[in-house]
Structures are given as structure tokens and as C-alpha cells.
Write a protein that binds this ligand. Sequence first.
Ligand SMILES: [Zn+2]
Length: 420
Amino acid sequence: MRKLICLVVVVVFLTPVKGQNPAYARKVVDTLCSPWFAGRGYLKDGDLKAAEYIKAQFTEAGLKPFGSSYFQQYGFTVNVFPTDPDIYIDGDRLTLGADFIPEAGCRTLNGTFELVWVDSETIDDPRKYKKFVDDTRFRRSFLVLNNLNRVKEKNLLKKIRNNEFKAAGIVEVVTKLMWSVATRQDMFPSFQIRPGLISPTSKLIKVDVFSQVNTHQTQNVAGFIKGLEKPDSFIVFTAHYDHLGMIGKSVYFPGANDNASGVAMLLDLASYYATHKPKYSVAFIAFAGEEAGLLGSYYYTQNPLFNLKSIRFLINMDLMGTGSKGITAVNATVYPNFFNKLEIANTSGNYLSPLNQRGKAQNSDHYFFSEMGVPCFFFYLMGDYPYYHEPDDKADKLPMEKYTEAFLLIRDFVTELETP
Ligand SMILES: [Zn+2]
């Protein structure tokens, strides 16, 4: 019995106050990164499932939709790989996701090709470069681009990367496989391969890749809480919920830091303001299509659900899963008065260090709001977390070590914003 009482006491103390809830944030990250959500992209209805989950969280928190639905629907085209791409080097099969990936815009190709090795010497040595250009063999071959970081002849390198010599395809040897999203196909197929799997003595590559450009219907998810004193003026929180999705049937990109972490903060803030009624109205928007080129936030700024001029301030959150090395505010130098308020909040709570300032940057969903004259910051946390746009950006690797501090900084900054 005493044991039971102890347990009850422990549970009560471990259950955080609703609305500033690291355990809830962690659960959101775990959920959104699970295989069911398929990397919140373009196969297996990944981003739709994530949108439904966010909608359910908004409803539970008591947010109201703008109009009759939490969803704002729109569409765009995207290149997808419905089946697993295959590569063999001299007969050895490489493992998708671990050894190689196709570039996001890679087009369909099936066949066996000779390999032509290209390194910094090929490009920087005029004699070798001439020999390479004169060698018409590469027109039916794959170029293997290796260790080109130190190439001095940048123009020649650009020509090769753009495939101006019309090789059958390009393989780039990279230490880190890093994926993205393409809204159309490249003019030629290309792949990233990890070092040690291909060498100057490798002869043949066998390629079997199928991709297609689909028209993808998607949705931003938006809701709000009415303010007590200034209901017609808004503080807006945004975070993109999409990530890169899947390649074929087996490789998916969980996107824990990018940006399940930002969605977790967004949802936690929503439940916080639902129980701590704000002076201003507070809106929450989860965008789709960020990884495809800020498409959801661009669509929103062209089709806003309420007047953009009624936004007092917008806070965009992307990459919120670390913090041991501080926080950066993009647009800090554009809005020095608002940055001053942020500094006051950070210093008085002793939350995150350092607090870095950046200027304007087209690197997340705040950007088009900024261009439309909406005052905004984009916050991202920094720490020792090396995984970016790769399958290892996983929930169980994400530290979230300064989650609470970041939450409290944002909350106190909003309080500063509410003070004229
Ligand atoms: Zn992101």
C-alpha cells in the first residue's frame, strides 16, 4: 500500500502542468516520427495522416477553425519513387538509404553503363581536363564525381555538375547521404553513394530506378484561440509538419528535428494558451510543403485566412530539438525593437545561451510573411545533433535538452509582445 501511495505521489509530480509539457512534446515527436506517418511526405498518405493528427490535437486543445475547417487545401507536383531504386557496382548490390540514394529529382532509368572517374585532378589539371572532354566515351557512361570540395576551377566543375557533356548519369561520392524534395525531374539521373563502395577501378554500374511526377493534394492546418483584450489582433505561431517522405517501400525519413520538434512546440503552445487565455488572439498554423520550397506558407500568404495586417507578430519554429548551443532568431536585425523584447525575456529567465541574431533569410516558413510586411522571427535551436535530411533524424536520437527553456522563452517573449 505504501508502495502504491509512493507511486501515486511520483506520478502526480512527474505529470507536468498541462500546457508546458515536455512529456507531451516528446510524445508528439515519437508519434509523428513513427512509420505510420511515412516521413510525412508523398507516399502512403504520409502528410495527410500527419495533418489529421494535428487537427485532432487542435480539436482536443479547444482551438477554433477559421471558417468551417481546420484544413486549407492546395496542391503541387512532386517527384516520387514508388518502388525501391536498385544500384549494382561491378555486380555488388548497394543498400538503399545506407549505401546510396537517388537525388530527389532523379528520372527513370534502367540499364548498365561504364563508369568514368572524375576527381579534382581531372578538373584542375588542364591536360587531364582536355583528355576528359575529348573522351566521347562518357556520353554513354556514368560520371563518378569524387572529393570535389577542393576543386579550384569552379566554372569547369559547374559544367560537369550540370552535365553539359551529356553523360548518361552522374554519381557523386559523399560522406553523408542527404535527401530533399523535387517538384519536377532533373534532365539526367543522378545518385549519391557513400565512400568505399566505388573506386577509380570500378568498371560498371547497373541502374534500375523508376520515378514519376505526381500531382499532390495537401493541406495547411490552422486554428486559433480568441484573445481576451484584443481579439482582432493576432500573435501567430507556425511550424511545418511535412518532411521528405519515403524512397521506395523501405526507406523513410522520420524528420524528428526537422520538424516534428517544431510541431511539438506548436501543439504544446496551443494547449498552454487554451488554458492561459491570452490578451491577443493566438493563431496556430502547421504548414505542408515546406521541404518542397516553402510552398504551404507561400500559398497561405497569397490566401490568408484572416487579414495579414492584423498580425502583431509571427513566430516560426523549425529545428527545435536541441538547444545546448543556444538559439538563433532570423530577422533579428530587421526588427531590432522586437529583438530587444526577446533579449529581455531571455535574460530575465536565463533561458538559452547564446541568443544569436541573424538578418533576413529565405530558409523557412516565416519568409513570405516577412516579404508581405508581417513582423516575424524564425527560431531554431542549436546543439550537437548531426542528422539533417537523412534517415537518422530519428525520435530516439533527438535530445530536446532545452525544450522547456525554449518553451518558456517563447511564452515570456509573447508576454513582452503583449506589453505595449
Ligand atoms: Zn524544416
